[in-house]
Ligand binder design. Structure first.
Ligand code: PLP
Length: 415
């Protein structure tokens, strides 16, 4: 009978891309191993350079719809490269959501610029109104994070940021495959990054990608990720115009790219699976009194791997969590995303050398703008939510069970 829980189902396994590993990943990795060519720029055959990283970049560029794509070793590396590629350094400020992943903050500090934290809204992404409050003559960029498969309102954000002369850095680490108004995330900003780390919609364990339409950003990013080099491979894509400068070393290996290439091709299938599950759960739980859902600006583009329940009453959240857990429903804030103001590296305000800290001008630390009390809306929102993950190994029975459990727990806690 619908809505009646007759037995407790086993706890389904979360996880997205890696749970869809199969023959396709194995074939491409074996190809690299058998050719004995793990390095992207050259191998045994000078006539035919290794193909995996190059092919991954081509398919990313084409699927996102940007002119250029550059593979790197992680999403964090991609962020550092992106900020340096747009020319940020000491004295510059970047507006970034206070609720975000570690490197959303640290990548800005690493290039010597200052992260300026802003509130999120009920989309759980950046609150557009914050741009008016926080822009100063030093602001050079805004970092838009598409939190857990749901796109921010990019049309409005890009317009507002560009009117103020700011770069839009799109952080799509958690949202490869998400669209907004029919366009892939990553195609809206001036530069965008993706992460291929284990928890992501598609993964090779560790890896990242930078995409852009801007040739200058691409050229600078290539130099930044490869010790300042600009090799003939890249010159054939875009002739160099910039003088050489020192870069880091964030090159992706052919083995990572082989796994990631197979994964990238599966993203539409993984998304369709998640969305089908999500629809089943939403059909059961939408409209329950006192239970709102995360506002999703474009529901058609949602990847569908997480549903956010927002309770009016923060005190009831713990009881809701506990009861869902007792029924073996995975739930929680499982993303490792934080209020940055609570993190140790923000509380100290340090960089690896005191002279490099972008906060050294402040007389007192933590200064206003870097303390929990400065973010009342973010604090209130993040205490009210319950995250329900879905994943590749979840079945339609799991989705129906989750929906029924939410209805039952809702009646017990809020009824
Ligand atoms: C929003 C966001 N940005 C950047 C990153 C960094 O990606 P990586 O772990 O590949 O360095 C993550 C990782 O979870 C993330 O969630």
């Amino acid at each position: 009978m619908p809505g009646v829980i007759t037995m407790i189902r086993p706890r389904p396994v979360p996880g997205l891309g890696c749970n869809a590993y199969g023959q396709e990943e194995e074939t491409l990795v074996l190809d690299v191993l058998r050719r004995k060519e793990p390095f992207r720029y050259y191998g045994l055959n000078p006539q035919s350079p290794p193909p995996m990283v190059a092919q991954l970049e081509n398919e990313m560029r084409d699927s996102i719809g940007t002119g250029y794509a550059l593979a790197v070793t992680s999403g964090s590396a991609a962020l550092e490269v992106a900020y340096a590629a747009i020319g940020l350094g000491p004295g510059d400020e970047v507006i970034v959501p206070a609720w975000s992943w570690v490197s959303c903050f640290t990548a800005i500090v690493r290039v010597g610029a200052r992260p300026v934290l802003c509130e999120i809204d009920d989309t759980l992404n950046l609150d557009l109104a914050e741009l008016d409050r926080l822009v100063t003559p030093r602001t050079k960029a805004v970092s838009v994070i598409h939190y857990q498969g749901v796109a921010a309102e990019m049309d409005k954000l890009v317009l507002a940021a560009h009117r103020k002369g700011l770069f839009v850095v799109e952080d799509c680490a958690q949202s490869l495959g998400t669209t907004y108004q029919g366009r892939q995330v990553g195609s809206w900003g001036d530069v965008a990054i993706f992460s291929f780390q284990y928890n992501k919609t598609a993964t090779c364990g560790e890896g990242g990608m930078l995409v852009t339409r801007d040739q200058r950003i691409y050229e600078r990013a290539v130099r930044l990720h490869d010790l300042g080099n600009y090799r003939p491979y890249h010159a054939a894509i875009a002739a160099p115009r910039e003088p050489a400068f020192s870069g880091g070393q964030f090159r992706m290996s052919e083995i990572s790219a082989a796994v990631m290439l197979a994964q990238l091709r599966k993203v539409p299938t993984i998304k369709a699976h998640c969305r089908a599950l999500q629809s089943r759960v939403l059909a059961k739980i939408s409209g329950l009194p006192g239970l709102s859902l995360r506002r999703v600006p474009d529901a058609d583009g949602d990847f569908g791997f997480e549903i956010y329940l927002l309770l009016d009453d923060a005190d009831k959240v713990a009881a809701f969590h506990a009861k869902l857990n007792a029924l073996n429903v995975n739930c929680g804030a499982r993303t490792g995303t934080y209020g940055q103001y609570n993190r140790e590296y923000v509380k100290t305000g340090l960089a690896h050398h005191p002279a490099l800290s972008p906060f050294r001008e402040f007389k007192e630390w933590p200064a206003p703008g870097y303390r929990a009390e400065d973010f009342p809306r973010t604090e209130a929102l993040t205490k009210r939510w319950i995250a329900l993950p879905l994943g590749w190994l979840y079945t339609t029975e799991d989705a129906d069970y989750i929906g029924d459990c939410v209805v039952k727990v809702h009646a017990e806690v809020l009824g």
